[in-house]
Design a protein around this ligand. Structure first.
Ligand SMILES: Nc1ncnc2c1ncn2[C@@H]1O[C@H](COP(=O)(O)OP(=O)(O)OP(=O)(O)O)[C@@H](O)[C@H]1O
Ligand SMILES: [Mg+2]
Length: 201
């Protein structure tokens, strides 16, 4: 369902990623580790189809859910509208249910600035999972959250994934997140090192 043969990705002549091959089936879950600046977000953007400037080939479903470290909500839209705008075919009831699932049932009319950081993150998670998509890409969505909120978000994400059976690519620095989501761990190594492929941890 996701096949990526990435021979090379460069920015202005500087190679960031080289020889990365992914072949994931429905329901597979992987976690990608690696030091800051190694190219994890770049890889995720390529998988998402947001960056097409690379040498190689990509086969992926059209519908992909994405969540970044920054919740990327629309400030001038309410919580309800933030979900609706990304899921125009979802019924109002389904949107309300999605809000309730992440504990925001009474926040439908609130704007992002009226929500706490944790609530904004939960709204972004609801947006990610409102309509089941075959492929879910998460870029450090649990970073810099306090421990209890992190556990709560992980549990919600696990429940969503178990329900939808979506394929997952998670970028993270935390091994316990990979374990909580039952994702197989891979390390993205620096292109300057001899073994540049994704290596199983
Ligand atoms: N649009 C861009 N133009 C030029 N260079 C870029 C661009 N985006 C990323 N890079 C470079 O590519 C490299 C990889 O960046 P990337 O954001 O993928 O790292 P990362 O592994 O996600 O790091 P972090 O863990 O800090 O999020 C970095 O050296 C970065 O400076
Ligand atoms: Mg990154």
């Amino acid at each position: 369902m996701l096949k990526l043969d990435l021979h090379r990705k460069s920015f202005a002549g500087h190679t960031v990623l080289e020889d990365i091959h992914l072949d994931l089936r429905h329901g597979d879950r992987i976690a990608v580790f690696g030091p800051s600046g190694v190219g994890k977000t770049t890889l995720l953007r390529i998988i998402a189809g947001l960056d097409k400037r690379f040498v190689g080939t990509r086969e992926a479903p059209d519908e992909i859910a994405l969540m970044f470290q920054n919740p990327t909500l629309l400030d001038w839209r309410t919580a309800f509208e933030n979900l609706r705008i990304f899921h125009p075919n979802a019924e109002g009831r389904a949107i309300q249910e999605a809000l309730a699932q992440v504990g925001l049932h009474d926040k439908a009319d609130h704007f992002p600035r009226q929500l706490s950081v944790g609530q904004q993150r939960r709204l972004a998670l609801a947006r990610c999972f409102l309509t089941p998509t075959p492929l879910v890409l998460l870029d450090e969505p649990f970073a810099s959250l306090d421990q209890s909120l992190r556990q709560e978000m992980l549990a919600l994400t696990r429940a969503f994934l178990d329900k939808t059976g979506s394929t997952l690519v998670l970028v993270t620095h935390a091994q316990d997140e990979a374990e909580a989501l039952a994702a197989e761990s891979y390390e993205l190594r620096d292109v300057l090192q001899p073994d540049t492929e994704l290596a199983a941890l």
